[in-house]
Ligand binder design. Structure first.
Ligand code: PLP
Length: 229
């Protein structure tokens, strides 16, 4: 299937649902992003600041850039002027830096809190307790230039539907708890970002509002290109 066909296929599948497609373009060149763009796709996900910085100027202004990878505080300044949604916020310190940079550009930056839901130690993210502590803190209440729009999680890389379902349900439960405790009146707190190429169907069934799909659209990633060496 071509990139255009896959985008159309996803659009058909998601039509009428509450779920949006984020096309994960990491490691792929801008030519392929342009193909997806031509098929109507606007939301793209990258996991490295450097790569997003390189691609952003050569693509149209209405591309919505989603940061989905671990973000270091000293790199926030490079994406602050244009980033659409930072999905990978996992500390108060990072949130404070995003707020500071957003203020500089006179904007409010939308973010998701990333949660640790997998059985793999390499994955990043907060626990529910850590998030509650963060949201209750006085330091958080001072932040006027960040808006928390929901939660994000990366499930275990497993074939087990049972395990995946358990993890997606856990993230959904975290969302519900936070909504009730901190965001009951906030319409903008509505996103549950979960599901990738191999498990998005399960994620949608468990209430995902954003699936982050890379290889099912762009094909396999080649991490051994000369530019990455
Ligand atoms: C790479 C990546 C994806 C997309 O993975 P695919 O398996 O290619 O769909 C989704 N989410 C995050 C956080 C990623 O880093």
């Amino acid at each position: 299937m071509s990139i255009q066909e896959s985008i159309q296929e996803f659009n058909k599948r998601l039509q009428g649902s509450n779920c949006q497609l984020i096309a994960v373009s990491k490691t792929h060149p801008v030519e392929l992003i342009r193909e997806a763009y031509a098929a109507g796709q606007r939301a793209f996900g990258e996991n490295k600041v450097q790569e997003m910085m390189e691609k952003q100027p050569s693509l149209p202004e209405d591309v919505q850039w989603h940061m989905i990878g671990h973000l270091q505080t000293n790199k926030v300044k490079y994406i602050a002027p244009y980033v659409h949604l930072i999905q990978s916020v996992d500390s108060l310190k990072l949130l404070q830096e995003i707020n500071k940079q957003a203020l500089k550009y006179d904007r409010v930056i939308d973010v998701l809190l990333q949660f640790y839901i997998a059985e793999e130690e390499t994955k990043y993210g907060l626990s529910l307790e850590e998030a509650q502590q963060l949201l209750r803190s006085e330091a958080f209440k001072e932040l006027q230039n960040v808006r928390i729009c929901g939660v994000m999680g990366v499930a275990t890389n497993t074939e087990s539907d049972e395990e995946l379902q358990k993890e997606f349900r856990a993230l959904r439960a975290i969302f519900d708890t936070l909504k009730q405790e901190f965001f009951a009146g906030a319409e903008s707190f509505k996103e549950i970002s979960m599901g990738m190429s191999s498990d998005y169907q399960l994620a949608i069934a468990e209430g995902s509002t954003m699936i982050r799909v890379g290889s099912a659209i762009f094909g396999h990633r080649n991490y051994n290109l000369p530019s990455n060496q």
